[in-house]
Design a protein around this ligand. Sequence first.
Ligand code: BDR
Ligand code: CA
Length: 314
Amino acid sequence: MPKKIILDCDPGHDDAVAIMLAIASDDIDLLGITCVGGNATLENTKLNALKICSLLNRKDIPIYAGSDKPLIYDLVTAEHVHGKSGLDTDGEPINLDPSHRIEEMSAIDFIINECKNAEEPIYLCPTGPLTNIALCLQKDPSIKDKIKEIVLMGGAALCLGNITPAAEFNIYVDPHAANVVFNSGIEITMMGLDVTHKVNVNDEIINSIKTNNNKASVFFADLMEFYSRFHRELYETGDCPLHDPCVIAYLIDNEIFKGRKVHVQVEENSDLTRGETVVDWLGVKKLNPNCNVITEADSTRFFKILKKELAKLN
Ligand code: BDR
Ligand code: CA
């Protein structure tokens, strides 16, 4: 049976790849895409989600808009990585089908309704700041029982932060929301920078996927060429971490990844370490583990799946 998921995202180049992978895979039943302000403003992230689904000819996938700002802080965007639109490329601009529109219901109500009406618990897959998910849990805590697992991209447990020395972008943007999620008691798997920096694209992989020669794979190459530029400069290598699709790949084949259940808490206030995911590896606080922190990945297996799945799309 395919896993029923809601992808809560802020597209975003790597979010776009996560969307494509979720649409392509027969192991995933994508109930809807919900957008949040993050890499770009909500106006742009929802427009980008529409564009991606238009390009794939998948107007049937409902897209909802959630929160345009974090619970408490002002929104911080990542134009330096994703460009002004949140999805800049050097390639052909995507033509948006004007009949493809954002749903009227809010992302928060959509997630709550889907959980409540689900026969079997569903998966929530956040690949942006956790604001929408926290708002759902605050509005209707009873949905917890209908969430099988939250598999999220965010945090950094062993390695360096990417927006500050201490913090990963998604958790930094809304640390209060992150704590609502980590403290919810729901099963959580965290794909942080520790693992996503082991799933790197480079020219060889981009060119190999491009040889699929369909729209989605050429779009993937366009996206990666723009997105790699920032990472190549920062990390001074030809490798570029492909963060968000790790969430979907985990649901397709969890044997690609390895991690450990530990207790995680997020720093909310400090100027220096806001958004740091503080992981109690040694269990010194004797708290119950609340999160499966993934640290290892088999990237060859990951890219084999990605290439095969993208080939199935438009
Ligand atoms: C995360 O931040 C965003 O820029 C990416 O889309 C990813 O979700 C990586 O830190
Ligand atoms: Ca993202």
